[in-house]
Design a protein around this ligand. Structure first.
Ligand code: SAH
Length: 348
């Protein structure tokens, strides 16, 4: 017990722990320890970000995907997914509405959809950056070659999100078909950093088969990679996947991990994710209070929101999301935080 408190102090001063120490922190955690952790996390959050919560407008521009990840609702084998792609004009209309609402970062996320060739992606990037030169553009379009990442960066994209999903190899293979490789996924993250992207990784919390040792590997990998952003969210089952009957990840463990990430890397950009908001009505607020400092409301057109169904019961897919800014602003104010428009780039 007492040891765990000392490990959190050590994490704070040395920014790293051994694998065994991480495992202890996961296995021996308690509500009292978590409160101690969140206080340290909020202290660092306050030092670097005050009470600011950064906003990113998420545009889910295609749900076609060539991959077949066992947890994901838009996987290739899903027969029930109703597939869609947004046109360039539809994407630009999302940016226009987002800009009006106050967003200064747009995130283009999608399945790995070959229809969006290198040239098409570059054209989209150029058009968005032409129309909104004061905005940051984040891509989240999966694994690509080093050359492709370089060209996307040269076309004007600023940031890239690619979660490693789980750092431990055998666990990665449990969650993915054999054509997907854990080493390639990690290699892509190093390419992204070398290219110059502000790079985000992350992992699923409570995915099937996950152990304390796997989570320890996730924390060690993040420490090695030194990303600028880390997005984590609970695994939430989707009814039309092989993991339909698996239990979802918990709020408690997700919050604990957010706190640990903040204390390990105090300047990190950490979103309170939609998946967290999906498993608990106050999930995103609790995420902020555990150390997160980013929210990513949905800017996708209402007509497609329900179709980008990575998991069941996803929030903000109805018309209530239209006023996502105002309602989020109010809920953040209630807990003493301020939603801000500024780009919120990573500060070294
Ligand atoms: N094709 C892109 C974007 C993937 S979707 C890529 O490969 O990076 C974004 C994230 O949603 C994934 O990285 C995954 O961590 C998360 N996700 C997918 N299915 C999920 C589920 N069932 N529960 C919770 N999160 C899920």
């Amino acid at each position: 017990m007492e040891l765990c408190y000392r490990l959190i102090d050590k994490l704070e001063t040395e920014a790293q722990l051994t694998k065994e120490e991480w495992i202890t922190l996961f296995q021996e955690r308690s509500p009292g320890l978590a409160e101690y952790l969140f206080e340290r996390a909020r202290k660092w959050q306050h030092v670097y970000f005050g009470n600011k919560v950064y906003t990113r407008g998420l545009i889910e521009f295609t749900n076609y995907c060539k991959n077949d990840c066992y947890y994901c609702g838009i996987r290739r084998s899903s027969k029930t997914a109703c597939r869609y792609r947004l046109s360039l004009d539809e994407i630009l209309a999302c940016c226009k509405e987002g800009y009006r609402l106050g967003f200064r970062t747009f995130v283009l996320q999608g399945g790995e959809d070959g229809w969006f060739t290198q040239d098409r992606l570059e054209e989209i990037i150029r058009k968005i950056k032409q129309g909104y030169p004061d905005c940051a553009l984040t891509l989240s379009v999966g694994e690509r070659s080093k050359e492709s990442y370089q060209r996307l960066y040269d076309a004007g994209a600023d940031r890239y999100l690619l979660r490693h999903e789980t750092a431990e190899e055998s666990h990665y293979r449990m969650l993915h078909p054999s054509e997907l490789s854990p080493s390639r996924r990690k290699q892509c993250l190093y390419y992204l950093k070398e290219t110059g992207f502000q790079t985000g990784t992350g992992f699923l919390v409570g995915s099937p088969g996950q152990t304390a040792a796997h989570l320890a590997e996730d924390m060690l990998f993040i420490h090695r990679l030194k990303p600028h952003m880390v997005g984590i969210g609970p695994f939430v089952p989707h009814h039309d996947t092989p993991f339909a009957k698996e239990p979802q990840g918990t709020l408690e463990l997700t919050l604990y991990l957010i706190g640990l990430l903040r204390v390990m890397m105090p300047k990190l950009l950490i979103p309170a994710t939609t998946a967290l908001g999906t498993i608990d009505p106050q999930g995103r607020e609790k995420g902020i209070q555990a150390g997160a400092n980013v929210v990513m409301p949905n800017l996708s057109p209402l007509s497609v929101r329900k179709k980008y169904a990575l998991y069941d019961n996803k929030i903000c897919t109805g018309d209530e999301a239209a006023e996502c800014w105002e309602s989020l602003e109010q809920s953040m104010e209630r807990i003493g935080y301020q939603l801000v428009s500024e780009r919120g780039d990573y500060q070294e």
